[in-house]
Design a protein around this ligand. Structure first.
Ligand code: GDP
Ligand code: IMO
Ligand code: MG
Length: 419
């Protein structure tokens, strides 16, 4: 069997967690392949709501295997908090959650370095989630990092050596910190990780493939936050694109099957950085309110704007998307007119290729369409779609050249239409 990949096409928070949970019954194994607790993936079912940060979104289907892959960065402290929260609600994960020995560890000093770096940047800060993501991936590529497998022998010594190095680095910054507060819970977190099966995940995942098991790879963040292809430097520190699933799991490119590209029917961004179609008016406010657009990890209000086809076409291209999933169409229900950016105008020149940089004077060129002006949240079949909504879907499929196979009209598992 091949590995299907589900990943975000915008600036994250597209609804990946919800759809992975919906698709999990079709798969045997769900794997996270990059990112870490900067992610917040929301799942709603049976009047319950869960936000997952480290753990794959297949976890509530207890007969499925969930794997934290080698490309992920794992913070023992937030991991323990997440496990404790789920265990308290009656979900025992020790049987069906496995962790790659090659996943890198986020240490307390990585979080301090993240905070110090952001504070030193002032107005040009990235707007990081402050989970230590950047410094941990820097240690990985700088060949200094500690991995999950390191907790099995001589961890304390390795930890103290890297911590000493980080303390040296922190002297560069004029930043005050209380190291003991940051370290609180580290040992307990390490012990929690040890409760799980720590695996050579590249071998295990390839074995599953040869045994005929079906695998779904769950992306975190989104293509426009990718370290290579996103709106650099306002990005995260990992490859969020499809290629990241290969390196983050040890899967060869020819083993990739379907690529599910997920996007909101509009667009959001949290943190700093350019956002060409951002709305600063009452329409933006309405989207934030109707869509409950507040960060799942940090609670920050998300910036909202119209759908951007220049960016979306770029994301479809980079990822080789084979099926599109459109989320949160219900949030647009109040709009008389719906706008979609089809090009950018920069210094009088019209461009349709997502550029090297998104300059401040960039103006989106919009196409307008009539809104559907009705509640979609109870719609259960495609036959019930209003005509204006059908037009929106047909227009996007034609522009993007890829079919939209799943449409979500509300946060609950049940509010999903598979076409
Ligand atoms: P992820 O990071 O991609 O998993 O997305 P988040 O969980 O951070 O953000 C998506 C938010 O939208 C969550 O609060 C979901 O419960 C919610 N959501 C998902 N799909 C829909 C939908 O179709 N309509 C509405 N109104 N909310 C949705
Ligand atoms: P999910 O998986 C939305 C953003 C941060 C910041 C930038 C860098 O829930 O879609 P980092 O902490 O990674 O150094 O922050 O990336 N960011 C996200 N935005 N959803 C996410 O994850 C994000 N993870 C990071 O806001 O702008
Ligand atoms: Mg999220």
């Amino acid at each position: 069997m091949k590995v299907d990949v589900l990943l975000g096409l915008q600036w994250g928070d597209e609804g990946k967690g919800k759809v992975v949970d919906v698709l999990t019954p079709k798969y045997d194994v769900i794997t996270r392949f990059q990112g870490g607790p900067n992610a917040g993936h929301t799942l709603e079912f049976d009047n319950q709501k869960f936000v997952l940060h480290n753990i794959p979104s297949g976890i509530f289907h207890t007969d499925k295997i969930n794997v934290i892959g080698n490309g992920v960065v794992l913070d023992p402290i937030t991991f323990k908090r997440e496990i404790d929260g789920l265990m308290a609600k009656g979900t025992d994960l020790t049987k069906n959650l496995y962790i790659s020995k090659k996943a890198h560890l986020i240490l307390p000093t990585h979080r301090i370095l993240d905070a110090a770096s952001e504070a030193s940047k002032g107005a040009t800060k990235i707007g990081s989630t402050l989970k230590g993501i950047g410094p941990t991936y820097m240690d990985k590529t700088g060949r200094n990092g500690l991995r999950v497998g390191d907790i099995l022998s001589g961890f304390d010594e390795k930890y103290e050596a890297l911590k000493a190095k980080h303390i040296q680095m922190l002297r560069m910054y004029n930043f005050e910190y209380d190291i003991e507060a940051f370290e609180k819970g580290l040992q307990e977190g390490i012990e929690t990780i040890k409760m799980f099966k720590l695996i050579d995940s590249e071998h295990e995942l390839n074995r599953y493939i040869s045994e005929g098991k079906s695998l779904l790879a769950e992306g975190a963040q989104g293509t426009l936050l990718d370290i290579d292809f996103g709106s650099y430097p306002f990005v995260t520190s990992s490859n969020t694109v499809c290629a990241g699933a290969c390196t983050g799991m040890g899967i060869a490119p020819n083993k990739i099957g379907e690529v599910f590209g997920i996007f909101k029917a509009y667009c959001t961004r949290v943190g700093s950085g350019p956002f060409p179609t951002e709305l600063f008016d009452e329409v933006g406010e309405n989207l934030r309110k109707n869509g409950n657009e507040f960060g799942s990890t940090t609670g920050r209000p998300r910036r909202c704007g119209w759908l951007d086809l220049v960016a979306l076409k770029y994301s479809v291209m980079i990822n080789g998307v084979t099926q599109l999933i459109m989320m949160k169409s219900d949030v647009l229900s109040d709009q008389e007119i719906i706008k979609v950016a089809t090009a950018y105008k920069v210094d009088g020149e019209v461009i349709t290729d997502f550029p090297f940089e998104l300059p401040e004077n960039l103006e989106p060129v919009y196409t307008e369409m009539p809104g559907w002006k009705c509640d979609l949240t109870n719609v259960q079949t495609e036959a019930e779609f209003p005509a204006a909504f059908k037009n929106y879907i047909t227009y996007l499929e034609k522009e993007l050249g890829v079919p939209i196979t799943i449409i979500s009209v509300g946060p609950d598992r049940a509010q999903t239409i598979i076409r």
